[in-house]
Structures are given as C-alpha cells and as structure tokens.
Design a protein. Structure first.
Length: 150
C-alpha cells in the first residue's frame, strides 16, 4: 500500500458537491492498494500512521502523534498513487489493485485507524473533490510491502 500523508488544519472531501468527510486539525491520508497487497499491509500502514509523530510539542519539535495532538484523520482512496510514468505520456495504473481487492483493504485501514483516532473518509470509487489547508506544510510518502514499511 502507498499513502501520501499531509498534516492539515482542515480537510474535506466532497462527492457530487456534498461533503462526505471532513476534519479539522489532523492528517489527510491519500491511500492506494497495489496488486498483491494484503490485510497485513493495511494493519502495518495503520500502525505507522497512528504512531507518526508529526505534530509539534511544547518545545516546537515534531514529537506528537495525531491522537496526542487531539487530531483526526481523513482517508481518501486514490489509485492514481500507483501511476507508472516510465513509458509514454499517459500513466499506466496496472500496479494498482483492482477495486474488488482495494476497497476491502482501504476499509480495513479505516477500521483499524478508527480504534485510535476519529476517522472520516471519502467514498471509494467516486469522483471526489478534496480541499485542504496544509499545515507546515508537512507531506510524507510511505510505502508498505509484505506487512513492512519500506
């Protein structure tokens, strides 16, 4: 699985003009599943995200997790994170898991995250509009393969 994580002051996702998920302070997580990913990958990613210390402490150092900072997460599925641009001008998405495989993995990720912090989400497979106010900015990319962060 691959995720792009952004520390935000506010983020929301809309489908057909209606807000389906929104958070204030927290993490916006754009996530995609690759062919061959498993629930172990979703668990490893969730564990990494909940422990990620990217919020500042009283000394101004990034030393607090989203839960310690009183934040939330907004998870948005985005298969385009697996775009292959090596050939031609049109991206290939053959590395992205098909929807029937990816959706349960994204749902497993959301469920596991929800055990630790409030979680909102987009709508899998829908055309979405994502709006955010990036905080920092802090943007991190993480890949999980075979249940391990690489």
């Amino acid at each position: 699985m691959r995720a792009v994580i952004q520390r935000v002051k506010h983020a929301e996702v809309r489908v057909a003009g209606k807000v389906v998920g929104a958070i204030d302070r927290g993490l916006l997580v754009l996530v995609a599943a690759a062919t061959g990913d498993s629930e172990a990958d979703a668990r490893a990613l969730a564990d990494k995200l909940t422990g990620l210390r990217v919020f500042v402490d009283d000394e101004g150092k990034m030393n607090r997790s989203v839960s310690e900072a009183g934040g939330s997460m907004l998870v948005v599925s985005q298969f385009t994170l697996y775009a292959d641009l090596r050939r031609g001008r049109r991206p290939s998405f053959t590395s992205a898991a098909p929807p029937d495989v990816a959706e349960p993995l994204v749902e497993a990720l959301i469920g596991r995250l929800g055990r630790s912090v409030p979680v909102a989400s987009g709508r899998f497979g829908a055309m979405m509009e994502v709006e955010l106010i990036n905080d920092g900015p802090v943007t991190i990319v993480v890949d999980v393969v075979d249940g391990r962060v690489i």
